[in-house]
Design a protein around this ligand. Structure first.
Ligand SMILES: NC(=O)c1ccc[n+]([C@@H]2O[C@H](COP(=O)([O-])OP(=O)(O)OC[C@H]3O[C@@H](n4cnc5c(N)ncnc54)[C@H](OP(=O)(O)O)[C@@H]3O)[C@@H](O)[C@H]2O)c1
Length: 280
């Protein structure tokens, strides 16, 4: 299969291109400088010249706090850029995988979100990703895959930040009242590779199994890394940030199983493998 992966310079795109290549696919992996998804003419001609058979769209504006000030740029990438890709998928009648986020939900309550629950983003980034979903939904051949708390080798993430902080601090304050599940890009890339060879389209939730808080992730990171750094558990109110975060990011992954896909391994298992990858 000829697969276009956008965002290869980031965490998920990087691992997708490796996993798909290992499975023998013909992977088209343009970097941001090779293909700016915000340039409709460039996207049109990229499709005309390269003729992908499916697209995994990982490119995005992901700076959640900066998005509150750079809302226009964020929407240009996440809404207009996504539309440019979706329009071409429609033009060539090919499937599109769009990577979305737990931030499409408002974070109320403590029930895990179902894929068909009403969306109500509470920050500019979440709103842009939800509006990107709307563009993708115009095509019948869509996989919208909502993920959360992403970590991968190629880029910055919470786990790398914790390990860096541990170099200068004995104790780190970490928020302990937001609930969700981390997603290891290597595991997710395997799932996406399974999905694209099917026609089981729809809106999915996918992340490593198990629910935790950021403080739990930090503690496990220090343990797996053999570091003695302690975690001081604090509340969201004690750590003000520019963009509001959903308190409840639990999401059900039942649809994966119902539609014949495998759930991702437990988050602690994923984190241990990731720490080995970082240290390897
Ligand atoms: N990170 C998370 O915790 C998280 C959580 C839930 C969902 N997601 C979603 O998961 C997907 C993958 O996230 P990630 O963490 O792998 O993202 P990432 O590491 O920030 O990578 C995003 C990539 O998109 C590229 N990009 C930005 N603007 C572009 C443009 N106009 N044209 C082409 N490429 C462009 C970036 O290139 P430059 O760096 O050169 O700009 C970067 O390589 C995204 O859709 C994101 O919204 C992420």
């Amino acid at each position: 299969m000829r697969i276009l992966v956008t965002g290869v310079g980031g965490q998920l795109g990087h691992d997708c291109s490796i996993v798909l290549g290992d499975r023998g696919h013909d992977v088209l992996a343009p970097t941001h400088s090779e293909l700016d998804i915000c340039d409709p003419g460039a996207v049109d001609s990229y499709f005309d010249v390269n003729r992908p058979g499916v697209v995994i769209h990982c490119a995005a504006y992901t700076a959640v706090d900066k998005a509150e000030d750079e809302t226009e740029l964020c929407r240009k990438v996440n809404v207009d850029g996504t539309r440019n890709i979706a329009v071409n998928c429609a033009r060539y009648d090919i499937p599109m995988v769009y990577i979305s986020t737990d931030y499409v939900f408002n974070g109320s309550g403590d029930r895990p979100w179902e894929p068909d629950d009403a969306t109500e983003p509470i920050n500019a980034y979440g709103l842009s990703k939800r509006d990107g979903e709307t563009e993708v939904l115009k095509n019948a051949k869509h996989f919208i895959v909502r993920i959360s708390w992403v970590f991968g080798i190629n880029g910055n993430n919470f786990i790398k930040t914790m390990r860096r902080l541990s170099e200068t601090r004995d104790t780190v304050n970490v928020v302990d009242d937001q609930y969700g599940s981390p997603t290891y890009t290597k595991d997710l890339a395997e799932l996406l590779a399974d999905m694209i060879v099917t026609d089981r389209y729809g809106i999915y939730h996918a992340h490593n199994e198990g629910v935790c808080t950021w403080a739990d992730v930090a503690e496990e990171t220090f343990r797996d890394s053999g570091l003695g750094t302690k975690v001081n558990r604090i509340t969201t109110d004690q750590y003000p940030m520019k963009a509001k975060r959903p308190m409840n990011s639990r999401m059900t992954t039942d649809l994966l199983v119902k539609n014949g896909f495998r759930r991702l391994p437990d988050w602690k298992d994923a984190l241990a493998r990731y720490i080995s990858e970082l240290d390897g």
